[in-house]
Ligand binder design. Structure first.
Ligand code: ADP
Length: 658
């Protein structure tokens, strides 16, 4: 069957291609990194499959990438002898995007070229980046293990469709033939190619080969120009090949031999991120389990960070042999933003995902790597001038140049990944205390999310026995919450928590360094010794006098409120809702319902301010029933909820207004 077939790209691919060709001009040369990275992945896959089936290596056991160009035809070709693709694989892999979250990503594109280019950078364009420099790409491939007659040719101009046909291809692996655009002819030059490859792909463990060229009748004009002073055009190929990269995996080299740029480039290759990482750690771990870890913390959150099924970012190697991407067993879910490589000396080469889950070595690696990431974060926090919590000890550290570079980084990290880190409270009990120290919040004294628990504790009032906090949907809602009134009046700081995970995460943290955490929206307020005797007495008297009204209120609201009680929590507001100490907050219950999940139907407690004019009016009022319901519904509105029957609420208010 060698008939040609024309097929359409999946809609998302067509859209992506349009973006690639229209927005990704600023950094053209990355296409080479992407294609060499794919070639390297293909060789890794062959090496892995070959572990159990050495016939796949055929008669070419040395895996490599060859880069060639043809000036006359204006083509640049990247050839690997890796796993290759069957016809169906070429159709599937080069015609569709299998990545999770693709639809979501497309939905986020704004049409603004600059912004979109940034987003695509995070998404990773891989193979399609070839269309940055080419107006047509031909792919010729044969999968290892298939016969020479089962090769495939794939051709596309990068718009709506592509062609595939069966070809005969003796060599296993893939050639990507780029038909360069006029504005990309600079890549038809060995010097330029070597320069770009050195920049982006030096750390690839695979040898990258180029054919040696020689000057023929080259005439010396200017010895200082890039061609060594020869007139261009006089180069001829010699038929000899040379390896143009270091061809040793970056993480296997000694730290002192690796520059910051090389670390950053390696990160970009494995993460497809276009930005340099925030920080990294490279270590050889010795002991019972031996492994090398090279772990990076990205500067920006990927678009699909919130997808908890998102693939983990750590690649597993065993003795330099690539085993698998996204080895979720190597990192806890709450650190899913970490990228990097772990190379183990102890795991068997044929390790499977299932086996990984059970391996004791893997558990040790995961624990070690988790601790490493936490220490990286602690280090950033310690050196972050903007971060008050880490510097709460009041000791000024000696600052060296390296420290200086870390300034502001923890704040940056936290704004991108802080909310994910909090998941760790519920996921990683062993490290809960370290995690708690890394958390930051806004508070009634700081809009910036820089207040840590230690920082808060250092500022606690004489006699204050708890760390107070409130959870709400937004910072404004938190700040204006009636539950804060008495705390404001007394000048007690309250942490303002506005991340969706806060409520859930805080379920797992009951105290910090011996001081209990107390939600100001849960249970009765007990300010303990912060309240003086006179205040306590006045409150008790008011409550006593209010008793008969309270009984009526309870009766009127028995379907809505679990209980009604008098509070000292409020200063300006007539009433607020709180939940029982062990109850789920109304905010969390609302969130669960919005997400279509089941939330227990618990009724809140209505707390009233017996000294408020509106509450005083209740006593003996002919509108008692309406007022009671208005009081309840308004308390609900004040915390961002909706009355159960909004129309009835409006009717009641209007009746009173007229
Ligand atoms: P990614 O590499 O992120 O999966 P790409 O768009 O770069 O996305 O490539 C899509 C798929 O095409 C790859 O996952 C792989 O299956 C296949 N592919 C690309 N280049 C090669 C190659 N040189 N050899 C074999 N398969 C390849």
């Amino acid at each position: 069957m060698s008939t040609k077939q024309t097929l359409s790209f999946q809609a998302e691919v067509a859209q992506l291609l349009h973006l690639v060709t229209h927005s990704l001009y600023s950094n053209q040369e990355i296409f080479l990194r992407e294609l060499i990275s794919n070639a390297s992945d293909a060789c890794d896959k062959l090496r892995f499959e070959g572990l159990n089936n050495s016939a796949l290596f055929e008669d070419a056991p040395n895996l490599e990438v060859r880069v060639t160009f043809d000036k006359a035809a204006k083509t640049l070709t990247i050839t690997d002898n890796g796993i290759g693709m069957s016809q169906q694989e070429a159709i599937d892999h080069l015609g569709t995007i299998a990545k999770s979250g693709t639809k979501d990503f497309m939905g986020r594109l704004s049409g603004d070229q600059k912004q979109d280019a940034q987003l695509i950078g995070q998404f990773g364009v891989g193979f399609y980046s070839g269309f940055i420099v080419a107006d047509k790409i031909t792919v010729e491939s044969r999968r290892a293990g298939l016969t020479a007659e089962e090769g495939v040719r794939w051709i596309s101009g990068g718009t709506g469709d592509f062609e595939v046909e069966t070809i005969t291809r003796a060599q296993r692996g893939t050639s990507i033939i780029l038909h360069l655009r006029d504005d990309a002819e600079e890549y038809l030059n060995a010097w330029k190619l070597k320069q770009v490859i050195a920049k982006y792909s030096d750390h690839i463990s695979l040898p990258i080969l180029m054919e040696k060229e020689e000057w023929k009748d080259g005439e010396l004009i200017n010895p200082n120009d890039e061609n060594g002073g020869r007139q261009p055009g006089g180069m001829v190929k010699t038929g000899e090949w040379e390896t143009i990269n270091k061809a040793s995996a970056l993480w296997t080299r000694p730290k002192k031999d690796i520059t910051e740029e090389q670390y950053a480039e390696f990160y970009k290759t494995i993460s497809h991120d276009h930005e340099a990482p925030l920080t990294w750690a490279h270590n050889r771990v010795e002991g019972n389990t031996e492994y090398t870890q090279l772990l990076y913390i990205p500067a920006k959150a990927p678009f699909d960070l919130w997808n908890r099924d998102k693939k983990a970012g750590v690649k597993l190697y065993v003795k330099r042999v690539f085993i698998m991407d996204d080895a979720e067993a190597l990192m806890p879910t709450y650190l899913r933003f970490v990228k990097g490589v772990i190379d183990s000396a102890d795991l068997p080469l044929n390790v499977s995902r299932e086996l990984l889950q059970e391996s004791r070595d893997v558990r040790a690696i995961r624990e070690g790597s988790t601790k490493r990431v936490l220490s990286m974060l602690e280090d950033l926090a310690k050196h972050d001038k903007h971060d008050t919590a880490a510097n709460a000890d009041g000791v000024t550290d000696v600052v060296d140049a390296d420290d200086k570079a870390k300034e502001g980084k923890y704040t940056q990290f936290y704004s991108e990944f802080g909310a994910v880190l909090k998941e760790g409270l519920g996921e990683d009990f062993g490290n809960r205390e370290r995690l708690a120290k890394l958390l930051r919040f806004a508070s009634t004294t700081s809009d910036a999310v820089t207040v840590g628990f230690a920082d808060y504790k250092a500022r606690m009032k004489e006699g204050q026995e708890a760390i107070y906090y409130i959870t709400a949907d937004t910072l404004a809602a938190a700040k204006n919450s009636p539950q804060l009134e008495v705390f404001k009046k007394k000048g007690i700081e309250v942490l303002l928590m506005t991340d969706r995970v806060d409520e859930w995460a805080l379920n797992y943290l009951h105290e910090f360094d011996g001081t209990p955490l107390q939600s100001v929206a849960k249970g009765a307020v007990d300010l303990g010794t912060l309240q003086d005797e006179a205040e306590k007495k006045a409150a008790e008297e008011a409550a006593e006098a209010f008793k008969p009204v309270l009984a009526k209120l309870k009766e009127a609201l028995k379907d809505k409120a679990e209980d009604v009680r008098v509070t000292t929590r409020l200063v300006d507001s007539p009433a607020c809702l709180v939940v029982q100490d062990d109850g789920m907050s109304t905010q969390l219950a609302r969130m669960l319902k919005q997400a279509g999940q089941q939330a227990p139907e618990t009724k809140p407690v209505l707390e009233v301010n017996a000294e408020h004019a509106l509450v005083k009016k209740l006593d003996g009022s002919v509108h008692f029933h309406d007022l009671a319901h208005i009081l309840f519904d308004q308390a609900l509105l004040a915390e961002g909820g909706l009355p159960e029957d909004p129309a009835a609420y409006v009717k009641r208010v209007n009746a009173l207004l007229v």
